[in-house]
Design a protein around this ligand. Structure first.
Ligand code: SF4
Length: 420
C-alpha cells in the first residue's frame, strides 16, 4: 500500500499511469506497419502520462488545498479510480494524543505514530497583523538608532483563533529523538530512536494546516533534519508543490547543527531556506556543547554555507543559543560578527530556556541586549527570540519527555508544570 503523503506529484502520476487510457489504443490492434505503430505508441504514452499528471494534480488539490481525506468526497475523480485509490493509496493521518495552548498563544501537539512512538510539533504565532512592517527602533548608548528588530508579541488567548496573526510558524520534528547530543538540548539528552518517514514529516504540516493557516515551516523540532536528509528533502519537495501546500522556498527553513556534507545534498534535491545552529564563537567552545563540531569545525561549516545557492535576497539564519557566562560576552559577539563576514546572514539570539536536562543558565536580559546591539552595529539583522510556550514546555523535546516515551528517560521532572 502506498502512502499519499510520501508521494511527490510525479510519483503519484507514476502510480496512476496504468489506470490511464487513450482512445487511440484501439487503433493499435489494426496497425501492422512497425514505424506507424511506434509513432502511435509514443502518442498514446504521452496522452496517458498527461492524464495521470492531471489526476495527480486534482488529487493534490483535494488533499492539500481542500483538506479532504476521504476519496468518496472527491467528486471529479472517476468512481473506478477512487476505488483503486482506496485499495492502493492510503491517506495518512497522525493521531493527536495531546495538544495544549500556551498562555502566549503557542500551540503544542504530541502525535502518536503507527509504532506508538511520539513526536511533537508546535505552532508559533508571531507578528500581529496590524504591526506588520512596523520596525522597532532601538536607541543605543552611542545615540545612534538601529532598526531590524522583528515585531513579535504574545497574547493570543482564544483556542486556535489565529485571525489576528500574520505569521503562523509550524515547528516540525524530523526524527524521533536526536543523535547529535547538543548539551543544551533536552532532545539531545534523549538520544535517537529513529528517523521519520517522508509521510510522517509531511503529515505534521498537513494536520497543523487543517487546524490553522500555517504560513511558515521550520525544521527545528525534534531531531537533526540533515541526519535524515533524503526524507526531509523529499518532504520539502512535496511542501513546496504549487498544487499542494504551495509553500514558498523562503517560508520553509531547514535548521542544522552542522552536518556539513548533507548541506550540499539538501540543495541538490530541493531549494529551501537554511538555518545554522551556531551557538559559539570558537571551536573550543562549540565542541564543548555540540559534539558535531569535532567532526566538522566552524571553518568547514561556514565554507559550506558560502557555497549555498541562495539567490535573490535570501540570507542564512544563524541561531545562537545564549548560555550565561559561557558564550554571551561582547568578545563572543565580536568573533561572531567577524566570522560571518561575507555570508548573507541574519542572527537569531535565543536566550537559553532553562530546563532540568541541562545545567546552563539563561543570560541576563541586559547581556542579551548588549550582544544584539553589537551585531546590529556591525550591520547584521539580529533578532532576539522571545521564549514561547514556556508554560507548556515548548522547548525542544520537553513535551515528549513528559509522557515518558523518550528512549532512556522516565517521566521528566519538569512534568508537574503541565499537570491539568
Ligand atoms: S539542538 Fe537539535 S541537533 Fe542538537 S540535540 Fe537538540 S534536536 Fe538534536
Amino acid at each position: 500500500m502506498l502512502i499519499f503523503q510520501s508521494l511527490t506529484k510525479s510519483d503519484l502520476a507514476d502510480a496512476l499511469l496504468p489506470l490511464s487510457t487513450a482512445k487511440e489504443e484501439r487503433d493499435l490492434r489494426t496497425l501492422t506497419d512497425e514505424s506507424e505503430r511506434e509513432a502511435l505508441l509514443l502518442k498514446i504514452g504521452k496522452k496517458k502520462r498527461k492524464q495521470a499528471e492531471m489526476r495527480a494534480k486534482q488529487l493534490f488539490h483535494w488533499v492539500y488545498q481542500r483538506y479532504v481525506t476521504d476519496y468518496d468526497q472527491m467528486t471529479d475523480i472517476a468512481k473506478e479510480i477512487r476505488a483503486w485509490l482506496k485499495d492502493n493509496v492510503k491517506i495518512f493521518r497522525l493521531e493527536e494524543s495531546y495538544s495544549k495552548q500556551s498562555e502566549d498563544g503557542t500551540y503544542k501537539f504530541l502525535w502518536k505514530l503507527n509504532d506508538t512512538k511520539t513526536i511533537e510539533s508546535v505552532i508559533i504565532p508571531a507578528a500581529l497583523k496590524e504591526k506588520v512592517g512596523e520596525e522597532v527602533m532601538s536607541t543605543l548608548e552611542d545615540g545612534k538608532r538601529y532598526s531590524g528588530i522583528e515585531v513579535e508579541k504574545a497574547g493570543l488567548d482564544r483556542e486556535l483563533d489565529t485571525d489576528s496573526w500574520a505569521r503562523l510558524t509550524a515547528c516540525i520534528s524530523s526524527q524521533v529523538g536526536c543523535a547529535m547530543a547538543c548539551k543544551f538540548c533536552l532532545t539531545g539528552v534523549q538520544g535517537l530512536d529513529r528517523s521519520l518517514e517522508v509521510h510522517e514529516v509531511v503529515t505534521q504540516v498537513h494536520e497543523l494546516r487543517m487546524r490553522a493557516p500555517i504560513t511558515n515551516i521550520v525544521f527545528m523540532g525534534m531531531g537533526e533534519p540533515l541526519h535524515n536528509v533524503k526524507n526531509i528533502a523529499k518532504a520539502c519537495q512535496i511542501l513546496l508543490d504549487e498544487d499542494g501546500m504551495n509553500f514558498s522556498k523562503r517560508k520553509v527553513t531547514v535548521s542544522t547543527s552542522g552536518l556539513v556534507p548533507a548541506i550540499a545534498e539538501l540543495y541538490e534535491q530541493t531549494d529551501v531556506s537554511l538555518a545554522i545552529s551556531l551557538n559559539a564563537s570558537t571551536d573550543e567552545q562549540r565542541s564543548q556543547i555540540m559534539p558535531v563540531n569535532k567532526r566538522w569545525p566552524i571553518a568547514e561549516l561556514l565554507a559550506a554555507c558560502r557555497k549555498v545557492p541562495l539567490g535573490g535576497h535570501r540570507r542564512i539564519t544563524f541561531e545562537y543559543v545564549m548560555l550565561r557566562d559561557f558564550n554571551d560576552t561582547l568578545e563572543d559577539a565580536k568573533r561572531v560578527a567577524q566570522m560571518l563576514r561575507g555570508i548573507p546572514s541574519k542572527v537569531n539570539l535565543i536566550p537559553f530556556n532553562e530546563h532540568s536536562g541541562a545545567d546552563f543558565k539563561r543570560p541576563k536580559d541586559d547581556t542579551v541586549l548588549k550582544f544584539q546591539r553589537y551585531l546590529l552595529s556591525q550591520g547584521y539583522t539580529t533578532t532576539v527570540r522571545i521564549s514561547r510556550g514556556r508554560d507548556i514546555l515548548a522547548a525542544c523535546g520537553q513535551l515528549r519527555s513528559l509522557f515518558g516515551t523518550a528512549r532512556g528517560t522516565e517521566k521528566h521532572r519538569d512534568a508537574p508544570q503541565l499537570a491539568p
